[in-house]
Structure formats: structure tokens, C-alpha cells
Design a protein around this ligand. Structure first.
Ligand code: R5P
Length: 340
């Protein structure tokens, strides 16, 4: 007899079928939920895991407050909420917080916030007096809402992991990006991986090592927020094929200025790769009009219709990586083995 078929008084009458010392111990079954920030990615992860997405209402009241309701039983479940905090970042973050709160109050056993793109990550330190550290504030909010663990990807600064006192798996798109370039069979002696700024050196080094390529670094400054100027390039890029690798593309200024400078200094071709395609302001246009050979991004952030039409853009999906990480988390298997 199925437990779920028991209703009303018959449920009490059949309680002896499930005594507390039953050999059928409660299992923490897996459930996946998502908000409105990237449903396509959530569906792709569910497909990888071959489980259905949980039913939840995520909408707004007439006064614009977010309204949510979990529409199925999650009691005792291990729940993964897939919600990159992208797009209208305040709304998508709030959707995540409210969903975690609803799941906690509905007695989920464990709640893992899967945040493939972590919004506010660029505000991870004070660069001058009287500034907030908003990335830490967001970590506090997510933890206070009731998350037990975090799965994220290519955090702008790896140190953001330490803003949480719960486990954080900071995944990397680099193995997938490296595989893409390996398939191009570019002779390694002609290949240079370029960090577009000092903050990205570890990321670029990792990709260079995976490809057996050399490393170069661009030094940039920001005369004002969202504006980038190249100061210098360190490394031998003349006559080489370059791959600029970054965590995110926002206005596209860092990337496009970097690419043009590399070409001016003698690079023969410049490819680019970034995990998070924010594409703010007129990024799509300036990238399309630039001399970039090809730009690789992932699907942590949904693309606009305009971005989908970009001739230079290729999107690699992180759904299998996220799905596999969820599977390994559930079965207490190593996640770092995915990145050797
Ligand atoms: C900066 O530190 C980041 O790693 C990216 O280089 C930056 O966020 C890209 O921003 P934008 O596209 O606006 O230059």
C-alpha cells in the first residue's frame, strides 16, 4: 500500500504499517526547485538528473512584493534550489531568499542554494572608505534565510567562499572551456592565455596549464565604475593566438579593450571565454563590432534575444556539471574529482 494514498481517518488506521522502528528508514529524497532567473538551466539540470522539477508558485502580488508557495510536500527532502542571482538581481535574490524560507518552514531536511552566478560578487571588498561589502551581506542573507550549503560557479573572488560558514562548492567552467579549445587543435607553442586584469591571473594560469599554453597578463585600471582602460601587457603575445579568459562580461569594456590592445601589440588572433554572460548596456553590440574571433560563454545567465543572434558567440552548458555536482552532493561523493 502506498503511504501517499492514505487520507483522513484511514491514515490513522494504517499507522501500524509504518511503525517508528520500521526497517523502512526515512530517506532524504532529492527535490529540485527554481525561481524565475534561469528556468531553462533548471530544466536542463533536471533532465541530466532525470528527475522532475518541484512545483512552486513564484510570482508577485499587485503591490510588487514577491509571492511564493511550494506546491508539493518537501518534508524531509534534500532540496536544491537553482537560482542564479542575475538579471534583475534584487528580485532574483529575493526570490531565492523567500524560496529558502518557504522550504525551511515546510520542513525540508536540507536546503542547498545552487547559485551558478552569484550577484553582487564584485562588491567583495572595500576599495575606499565608507563602502559596503555587499557580497558578504548577500552571504549573510542566504544563510539567515536557511540555506545549509551552496553550490556556485566561478565566483568573481574565490574568497567569497569564506563569507559563508556553511559548505560552499565553487565549481569551475575551466575544464569545459579548455576542452573546447583543445578541439581546435591550435599548436600550443602558438597559444597564449591572457588574463584581462591582475585579479584574473589564477584563472588564466589554470587554463594555460590545462592547455599547455603560455601566460600573459593585461593590467587595467578603472577610471570610474564600469569603465576600463588598459595600462600594460606583460608576456609575449606577438605572432601568437591569444585566449582572453574572464569570470564575467558585464559592459564588455574590459574584454574589447583588452582584445584591441593585444592585436595592436601583434597578436594574430584573439579568442575569448567567460563563464557569466551578463551583457549589460551595449555589450552585445561592442563585442559583435570588435575583432574578437569567437567568444565562449556558459548558460549560467540566460541570454537576451539580441545576444542569441551574435555571430561570434558560442554557449557551453554547465547543466551536466551542476547536475553531476548535485548527484555527488546527495551521495556524499567527491566534487573536486570533477576538476582534476
Ligand atoms: C573584473 O574584475 C571582472 O573580472 C571582469 O573583468 C569585469 O567584471 C568585466 O566587466 P566589464 O565587462 O564591464 O568590463
Amino acid at each position: 500500500m502506498s503511504e501517499t494514498n492514505l487520507t483522513g481517518i484511514s491514515a490513522y488506521q494504517n499507522i501500524s504499517a509504518f511503525p517508528l522502528d520500521s526497517v523502512f528508514q526515512p530517506t532524504h529524497h532529492v527535490k529540485l526547485f527554481h525561481g524565475n532567473s534561469n528556468p531553462e538551466l533548471a530544466h536542463a539540470v533536471a533532465d541530466y538528473l532525470n528527475i522532475p522539477l518541484g512545483k512552486a508558485l513564484v510570482t508577485t502580488f499587485a503591490n510588487n512584493e514577491i509571492r511564493e508557495k511550494i506546491e508539493e510536500n518537501v518534508r524531509g527532502a534534500r532540496v536544491f534550489v537553482i537560482q542564479p542571482t542575475c538579471g534583475h538581481v534584487n528580485d532574483t535574490l529575493m526570490e531565492l531568499l523567500i524560496m529558502i524560507d518557504a522550504l525551511r518552514r515546510a520542513s525540508a531536511h536540507q536546503i542547498c542554494a545552487v547559485i551558478p552566478y552569484y550577484g553582487y560578487a564584485k562588491q567583495e571588498k572595500k576599495t575606499s572608505g565608507r563602502e559596503p561589502i555587499t557580497a558578504k551581506l548577500v552571504a549573510n542573507l542566504i544563510t539567515t534565510a536557511g540555506a545549509d550549503r551552496i553550490i556556485t560557479c566561478d565566483l568573481h573572488a574565490a574568497a567569497i567562499q569564506g563569507f559563508f560558514d556553511i559548505p560552499v562548492d565553487n565549481l569551475s567552467a575551466l575544464p569545459i572551456i579548455a576542452e573546447h579549445y583543445q578541439m581546435k587543435n591550435i599548436p600550443v607553442e602558438d597559444l597564449v592565455v591572457v588574463s584581462p586584469d591582475a585579479g584574473g591571473v589564477a584563472r588564466a594560469t589554470n587554463l594555460a596549464e590545462r592547455l599547455g599554453a603560455k601566460l600573459a597578463i593585461i593590467f587595467k585600471r578603472r577610471p570610474e565604475p564600469d569603465k576600463a582602460d588598459v595600462i600594460d601587457i606583460v608576456g609575449d603575445i606577438a605572432g601568437k593566438t591569444c585566449i582572453v579568459v574572464d569570470d564575467m562580461i558585464s559592459t564588455g569594456g574590459t574584454l574589447v579593450k583588452g582584445v584591441e590592445t593585444l592585436l595592436t601589440h601583434g597578436a594574430t588572433k584573439v579568442y575569448a571565454a567567460a563563464t557569466h554572460a551578463i551583457f549589460a548596456e551595449d555589450a552585445v553590440e561592442i563585442i559583435e563590432n570588435s575583432s574578437i574571433e569567437e567568444l565562449i560563454v556558459t548558460d549560467t545567465i540566460p541570454l537576451s534575444e539580441q545576444a542569441k543572434r551574435m555571430s561570434k558567440l558560442k554557449v557551453l552548458s554547465l547543466a551536466p556539471l551542476l547536475g553531476e555536482t548535485i548527484r555527488r552532493t546527495h551521495f556524499n561523493l567527491s566534487v573536486s574529482e570533477l576538476f582534476v
